[in-house]
Design a protein around this ligand. Structure first.
Ligand SMILES: [Cu+2]
Ligand SMILES: [Zn+2]
Length: 186
């Protein structure tokens, strides 16, 4: 074997080892980043039954994408919000506090000084109680430490109401009682 050929093989072998070593580390890093950028919530009703699940995903700087999968909600139009405290105590779920609004503002998409960061469009549940929707909450993030993070000291919750949000009334859209609530978790 010539010297130059053995050097070439040596370089190639080193490169292979480097690639093999780098791959698990990169995969782990990617898994860590993915875990940081995804959250979930299980929404329960007043009796504690799971009625919907949500997956929340950090976008590329455009807020949090929320996918809601409902299995057994009452038919009709319902308000859907992010509330400021990650506590869901049945039956009334008042423990979840008001709408998440780290930058203040008023309630509602139809109000010039609105909306709250946690305001979301109404959901429309068909007769069988099942639906899947996706919606972006543009003014929140899952990144810890950010002023508008959903993972602040007391966390956050997803809440569904008995009635529709009129997008106007203060402080919460005149949406009636809270019929389902889920703490947002990693
Ligand atoms: Cu609400
Ligand atoms: Zn609001």
């Amino acid at each position: 074997m010539s010297i130059s050929r053995s050097i070439l093989i040596g370089v190639a072998t080193t490169a292979l080892f480097a690639a093999a070593a780098a791959r698990p580390a990169a995969a782990q890093q990617q898994a860590d980043e993915t875990a940081q950028h995804v959250a979930r919530a299980q929404l329960v009703d007043a009796e504690g039954n799971v009625v919907a699940t949500a997956t929340l995903r950090e976008t590329a700087g455009h807020g949090v994408l929320i996918r809601l999968e409902a299995e057994r909600l009452p038919a009709g139009e319902h308000a859907f919000h992010i509330h400021q405290t990650g506590r869901c105590e049945p039956p009334g779920f008042e423990s979840a506090g008001g709408h998440y609004a780290p930058r203040g503002r008023q309630h509602g998409f139809l109000v010039p000084a609105g909306p709250h960061a946690g305001d979301l469009p109404n959901i429309h549940v068909p007769a069988d109680g099942r639906l899947v929707i996706e919606v972006v909450a543009p003014d929140v993030t899952l990144r810890p430490g950010a002023p508008n993070t959903l993972f602040d000291e007391d966390g956050s919750a997803l809440v569904i109401h008995a009635g529709r949000d009129d997008y106007t009334s203060q402080p919460a859209g005149d949406a009636g009682g809270r019929i389902a609530c889920g703490v947002i978790r990693r």
